[in-house]
Design a protein around this ligand. Sequence first.
Ligand code: KIV
Length: 286
Amino acid sequence: MTERKKITLPYLFKKAADGEPITWLTCYDYPTAYLQEQAGIEMILVGDSLGMTMLGYDSTLPVTMDDMVRHTSAVRRGAPTAFIIGDMPYMSYQPSVETAIRNAGRFMAETGCDAIKLEGGASMADRIQGIVDAGIPAIGHLGLTPQSMSALGGFKVQGRDASLAKKIIEDAKALEKAGAFAILLEMVPDRICKLITERADNCIIMSLGSGPDAHGQLLIYHDMFGLYPKFKPKMAKVFGNAGEVILNGLKSYHDEVIGKVFPAPENWFGMKDEAYDDLIKMLEEK
Ligand code: KIV
């Protein structure tokens, strides 16, 4: 494990104030969390994108609180010092403020995460406020919000025209006023992200495909390493093709088993001749 101290909210606010970019990635399992911790990643989002990247659904909508709790607990075990955010799944906060507080509380109590994230602007500000009043740090999510994909008309940049851009800026202020300590802007034009970051008084602005002027960056882990076969969004830089490495390894395993190359003696366990002879005798005596 790393020697690093636990990442805290004051640490994140200090970095933002000092103009030092904050690093944030998605993660859904123990071994990847372990690696992200070793790499010094500061924030980890256990996103409901796990519905697509880990469970093979076509959207995030079927993901449940039980799914999120199981994966978030695994990530916490792998990354004890990272600042971990549990992503509130579809319909875990939309029905009412009370539902939102109960599910945010469940996340904190059952997974040991540090904060929660939920999607939506001014119309979700009362959920953010309720959660924050209950003592739970909350992050807002604006721009492309995958749980509203049907209403948004697909995976596309949000806020390219002036009136929608103004709405996103107003939504950001509403979330900040409600007490969100951070806001994620997903697929918003870079200039809108810059305006929101400049106008943030006490709120950390994070970018996913929204340019360099936020306080930090988020990427989807599976997009970074070629691990999601269905599509690669433009905003995702590939930092290594783990998918290709794994596929080549799987093909070699397949070929070695059918070619009787694997297993080799170093890959199995034997027993002493004497014990084996005794066994054969015992079997013959029967
Ligand atoms: O679920 C998730 O990973 C997210 C990102 C798309 C920001 O919410």
